[in-house]
Design a binder for this molecule. Structure first.
Ligand SMILES: *Cc1c(COP(=O)(O)O)cnc(C)c1O
Length: 375
């Protein structure tokens, strides 16, 4: 019998999670009920912010953050190119221009020198991505771009921190995703954390058609009337999802610790595999290890794509995060981006490999992955 398929990431669901969802299903509110503000409270506590606004997914969270930041037509937004396309697509949704920037070769975090070089008088905001779950040096971003709105795409990094300060409180607006491979899940889901009350209010309207009240608020105040103040969408998270999220959040800290345990096991086992080099881990921050990413160097004896094929052959769901955004055909066609724009990210896109990591992954599974990397 072939060994069980080992995915690059997967969710953990326990009986308490199932019970929390069942309780909502038996109650009065399936959506826009009490479970959403309860989840937002837990998220804001974990992030160390005044506000958390839950949305239907991480992409909607990025869209809401762009609107809250006041980004619109004529504006430019600096975005690292080595990310999921949604980080940059959100800029397009509001009619602005994403300016794709290179990353540091050792950490794959945004290269602030390249961002500075690509900044123009039209630049309104900067997006950083806590790649793989490692926090960006937010102090450096703030000090070099003090007049830009700072949006963090923290979709990899719930549970991470910088100098003891949690990701979620480091930027003006931080976006999270609760897709099943992410640190905690609601099936689909997202949130933005912020200390800015006006931005939080704007995002609460934005997720509900731009209305000044939601269904439950109108029921409480015994009115049927509402005003649509600005244009919004239906980007609501349901109570079913929010209850799952609150239940999942009980595990965030020990899951983060467990992901770090798996990462340490990889670090140790890979130390004597030639040409397979983990990304640099900075020691002034807690890594969330959403992904465990290595670079494949020529000494490994195989190309990245050959390693990928060998791992897949062995039933291991290795993956590539990411092909740089500026190389996607939509970006090349619509924004005129081209190969050569971001050499570090392009080199990474051809040489990186994501290895499986999730809470509860055994040391035997780590050994199985590392064995498949031996040529
Ligand atoms: C997952 C992810 C998103 C999008 O989140 P969804 O919930 O899938 O919409 C955005 N940015 C990054 C970096 C992500 O990893």
């Amino acid at each position: 019998m072939p060994p069980e398929f080992l995915p690059y990431g997967r969710q953990t669901i326990d009986d308490d999670d199932i019970q929390a969802v069942a309780d909502v299903l038996r109650g009065a509110w399936l959506t826009t009920g009490p479970a959403v503000p309860a989840f937002e409270k837990v998220l804001a506590e974990a992030a160390g912010t005044q506000h958390a606004v839950a949305l239907s997914n991480g992409t909607a969270a990025l869209h809401a953050a762009m609107v809250a930041a006041g980004v619109g037509p004529g504006d430019e937004v600096l975005v690292p190119t080595l990310t999921f396309a949604a980080s940059a697509n959100a800029v397009l949704y509001v009619g602005a221009r994403p300016v794709l920037c290179d990353v540091h070769p050792d950490t794959l975090l945004l290269d602030l020198d390249d961002a500075e070089a690509k900044r123009t008088p039209a630049t309104k905001a900067i997006v950083t991505v806590d790649f793989a779950g490692q926090a960006v040096d937010a102090d450096a971003v703030r000090s070099r771009f003090p007049d830009l709105v700072y949006i963090s795409d923290g979709c990899h990094a719930l549970g991470a921190s910088l100098h003891g300060q949690p990701v979620g409180s480091l930027a003006d607006l931080t976006c999270f995703s609760f897709h099943p491979v992410k640190p905690v899940t609601t099936g689909e889901g997202g949130a933005v954390t912020t200390d800015n009350e006006a931005m939080a209010a704007r995002m609460r309207r934005f997720r509900n058609h731009g209305l000044d009240s939601d269904h439950r608020q109108r029921q409480a105040s015994k009115t049927v009337f509402y005003d649509m103040i600005d244009l919004g969408y239906n980007y609501r998270l349901t109570d079913i999802q929010a209850a799952l999220g609150t239940s999942q959040m009980r595990h965030l800290q020990h899951w983060t610790e467990d992901r770090n345990r798996v990462a340490r096991a990889y670090d140790a086992a890979l130390a004597d595999v030639a040409g397979i080099e983990p990304l640099v881990q900075l020691d002034d921050r807690v890594h969330a290890f959403h992904l465990y990413v290595v670079r494949v160097a020529p000494e490994s004896g195989r190309s990245r794509d050959d390693h990928l094929a060998a791992l897949r052959e062995a039933g291991i769901g290795a993956n590539v995060h990411y092909r740089p955004v500026h190389l996607h055909s939509h970006y090349q066609r619509e924004l005129g981006t081209a190969p050569g724009d971001c050499p570090n990210a392009e080199h990474a896109g051809e040489t990186i490999l994501t290895l499986p990591i999730f809470p509860g992954m055994s040391e035997d599974d780590v050994a199985r992955v590392v064995k498949a990397l031996h040529v």
